[in-house]
Design a protein around this ligand. Sequence first.
Ligand SMILES: [Zn+2]
Length: 358
Amino acid sequence: METSEYLFDLDDQEIFSAKNSDLKAKVLRYHLMPRLNRLLKVAMQQAQAIFEVDLMEHSTISQSPGFRTDRRKGEITMDYDWCKIGLTGVRKPIWSKIHNRKTGKSPVVSYISWDLELIDQGLVATVSLPANGPFTKESYELLLQPLVRNAGSIATIMNRSHVRFYSNAVDVKATASLAERLQRVSTTREPEVVFATTMVPFPIPESKGMNIAHQLGELFLIYDTWIRAAQGLDDRVDHMLSKLDSFYDWCDKNNVATEETDEEGNDADVDLSSFPVEKTSVLPAKRYQVFQRDDWKCVSCGKDPLTHGITLHIDHITPRSKGGLNQVDNYQTLCDTCNLGKGNRDSTNIRELHGSGK
Ligand SMILES: [Zn+2]
């Protein structure tokens, strides 16, 4: 049995630079996105627990890329170098207070997002308004004013969680206070506005992934503020801040760390020397070739990650300890359940049993 120690390992990082775009897209779709999706659920539970509001009231879950396939070949041909999943505003023209700068109408699709992004550098959680903004200048002011008014409290949260603020707006000194920067950005034409956690580099252990998901949960406050401002609803920043304060109090009392990186933002508790060398013996291309050959489904029960929420594992047909070779022929794709059921002593080639051994 091969079970990675990591939520996203070095194979996963390497796939971002792969040349085979169909294989790459399938790795993202069947292998990485389902894991991101799992983290998003954790983030949503965290936000729900802290703020006790209906997260989905004005939002929808959206993921990118959408993986359109070539109609003739059935292959995914676009070259992706990122994947992300999160919440955005609902796709309804109810954005009464913000306006598209070109048409003057309320935008049908919301650009406000709260999400987890996996790129070749690592994993990050962000809340953002896009660059080359679709909104009018007045819309940006409207979105940012509640944050300007509460900049002191928000800066405290950001320090606690090592969250950073980015913008492409010129004339904003990085040393200025958050209030000054936000104020400046809110009057800039088409600014990019991003609140982002410290990026966790590959390989990413489960604990770091969970940590990012929890941080995203805390950042829901900013997303919620924008969503409400966009719709002309009363702002509830005070309420959200007091909920977050109670949560931090609870963490302090129970000695729960809400942040695991040290001052330099380096991993403090990952010992790379403990990375099991044996387990890297399945080369990335080989591991993904096996999934590709088996059509991204468990060869035993036929379940796939998108339909059934399972995780795919690579399984040695003949264990290495019994002389099994490190060759594609000696591997098969199994889901969590079938992988556990099979155990290390069993060397059943399930594809052959099913008469599909190609
Ligand atoms: Zn299975």
